[in-house]
Design a binder for this molecule. Structure first.
Ligand SMILES: Cc1ncc(COP(=O)(O)O)c(C=O)c1O
Length: 374
């Protein structure tokens, strides 16, 4: 099917002939599973982040394996903002641990550390900040809180590939960082995820756990071999990345500087044109440092749904990131309310952003919003 480039899309994969050629090359070599291409992708990502990187098949798997590798079990609690994709919650609950829903700071939609601290109990083992729309919020505060209460930090940086904080790349420092490489993220490997950490125990557990727990299978696969006589000492999953995915990811990593420039330019244009419009609140994000995966605004005065419908009538697709998880049946054990989160949820509107949007399309979107709010 031909992609209609004239249609405005909320988000999209940006794939060129280079990715097609790279995948074709893997297909022709007829070694599709986890092998040399994944090893090369891991090495290139490790140079990018200046730290060891492990590739898996989704961002959700990356989170799940990281949480499992720190030894979470039933009864343990993980502090997390309710305003995140359900993937974050499912990854926590998959370990048997309980996600403890925290408020967000409305200005950034990142975790409210005052609320998080209030919810710490003897069972709290980790805090999981979500780098919402690519922005990390008070990450220093997260690490200070974690140190005070001896918590592990698992950063959900699904949105934040390429973002910098205090001049350092997200993932290049800190405890454990997980990033999604799904089809619409800042770079993609089709589907995919990565875990970045210095923790040798975590790295070794994750490398085995992604291959059903088969010990040292990673080394064999990278040599094009298999393990026949092996041991398994932990619960594992079939979460490894394939050569096909790695081939796409390797090309995308090379293209990242261009994707980054375009995303930052578009976000800055949105920000500049929307900043003085009454009834709109912009998130407090500096696009000199943040590479935005999504561009989110807040529509005040109860008008979000009207604006959303009218934009859609103009052919402008929008999104809502996200329905808070404490409102979902499966995750609302205590029927709790989170006032700030619920208020902000009803204001959020995600506008189209991806490297193929033209400036005149952004101007058309902005004019649409202005006309509707007038
Ligand atoms: C905040 C957040 N966390 C985790 C994930 C999970 O990543 P994946 O879709 O690669 O499993 C996503 C994906 O959209 C996400 O937005």
């Amino acid at each position: 099917m031909e992609i209609n480039n004239k249609e405005i899309r909320l988000s999209r994969s940006v794939i060129g002939q280079e990715e097609i050629d790279a995948v074709t090359d893997v297909l022709k070599r007829q070694y599709l599973g986890m092998g040399q291409d994944v090893q090369l992708f891991e090495q290139e990502l490790s140079s990018f982040f200046n730290r060891e990187v492990v590739c898996v098949n989704t961002g959700t798997a990356a989170l799940h394996l990281a949480l499992q590798a720190i030894g979470l079990k039933e009864g343990d609690e993980v502090l997390v903002q309710s305003l995140t994709y359900v993937a974050t919650y499912q990854a926590i609950s998959a370990t048997g641990a309980t996600p403890v829903s925290c408020e967000v700071v409305p200005e950034t939609c990142t975790i409210d550390l005052v609320d998080a601290e209030r919810k710490i109990t003897p069972n709290t083992k980790a805090i999981l900040p979500v780098h919402y729309a690519g922005n990390v919020g008070d990450l220093k505060g997260v690490y200070t809180l974690a140190k005070k209460y001896n918590l592990r930090v698992i950063e959900d940086a699904a949105h934040a590939f390429g973002t910098t904080y205090n001049s350092k790349l997200i993932g290049s420092f800190g405890d454990i960082c997980c990033i999604s490489l799904d089809g619409i993220k800042n770079i993609t490997s089709g589907e995919g995820g990565i875990i970045i950490t210095d923790d040798e125990t975590v790295l070794s557990r994750i490398k085995d756990a992604r291959l059903l727990g088969v010990e040292k299978d990673t080394e064999n696969r990278f040599k094009g071999q298999r393990s026949w006589d092996f041991d398994v000492t932990q619960q594992g999953w079939r979460y490894h990345m394939s050569n096909i995915m790695a081939a796409i990811g390797r090309v995308q990593l090379k293209k990242f500087p261009k994707f980054k420039e375009k995303r930052q330019e578009l976000a800055a244009l949105y920000k500049n044109c929307l900043k003085d419009i009454e009834g709109i609140e912009l998130l407090d994000i500096d696009y000199n440092y943040v590479v935005p995966h999504i561009f989110v605004i807040r529509i005040l005065g109860g008008k979000r749904d009207i604006v959303k419908t009218k934009l859609e009538n103009l052919g402008i697709p929008t999104g809502i990131h996200y329905k808070p998880n404490h409102l979902l049946t499966y995750f609302n054990g205590k029927s709790e309310r989170l006032k700030e989160t619920e208020t902000v949820y009803n204001e959020l509107l995600t506008l189209p952003i991806h490297p193929c949007i033209e400036e005149n399309e952004i101007e058309f979107i902005i004019k649409g919003i202005k006309d509707i709010l007038r």
